[in-house]
Write a protein that binds this ligand. Sequence first.
Ligand code: FES
Length: 171
Amino acid sequence: MSFGDASCADHCPMARSGFLRSTAAAALAGIAGSGLLAASASAQTVGTISPSRVQGKTLVYPLPPNEGAQIDTGNGVIIARVKNAVYALSITCPHRAVTALDWNSSTKEFHCPRHGANFQADGELIDGRPDRSMDRFAVRRAAGAIAVDTANLLQQDSAQDAWIHAFVTVA
Ligand code: FES
């Protein structure tokens, strides 16, 4: 699966396969009430989060100061920072939306316990049955925070350009 490789070459904050294997900073956690939060290392953060503000279907979260993931199990949102990009990922596997993903602390990848798919920290599909990467929510910057439009879930295969650009940058 190679969604985004060519089209992403000039503007994506992270190349498809390079980041997770080249840096130890991209660590995320197990998800969805499974109690699988992984141990964090010095350059990564893993934890839980709740929106600081709710405006209808828009959830506002503080921007993460470090790389890693903050998981809002109640709303099914993962706020993931990879280098200077912050994403809002859906917690569910894109193959079967009822399956919650785990974090594999040894490979530093998301893992689907149902059929074994693996995903990078920014949600890009590595391998497995899904025909697309993890779904991303539409986001915008909101005064030092990230506003996540949970009514606008972007699928890589049907909204590729919007999916690619669904992040906010941080310094
Ligand atoms: S449900 Fe995740 S790979 Fe099938």
